[in-house]
Design a protein around this ligand. Structure first.
Ligand SMILES: [Ca+2]
Length: 74
């Protein structure tokens, strides 16, 4: 099953904030975002800015010059 989210033309911001304090695993190289129970996106395209959760997140950047807003976490 594919779960897609596409930004389209222009500058788009994607905010991903799983419930219950779950950390996010965001890989901008592969376009995949997951958390333990709530997030499974396997085709993220055409976003230029990403905002992660305030839990313990793991982000793998791409070579596309994406802008990241990382909200800390523990
Ligand atoms: Ca875009």
């Amino acid at each position: 099953m594919e779960d897609r989210v596409a930004g389209g033309f222009g500058y788009d911001r994607l905010i991903i904030n799983p419930h219950q304090g779950e950390g996010l695993r965001l890989n901008l190289f592969t376009g995949i975002a997951t958390s333990d129970n709530y997030i499974f996106l396997d085709d993220i395209t055409d976003f230029e800015e990403f905002v992660t959760s305030d839990a313990r997140d793991t982000v793998t950047a791409s070579n596309d010059g994406d802008r990241l807003i990382l909200r800390g976490g523990q």
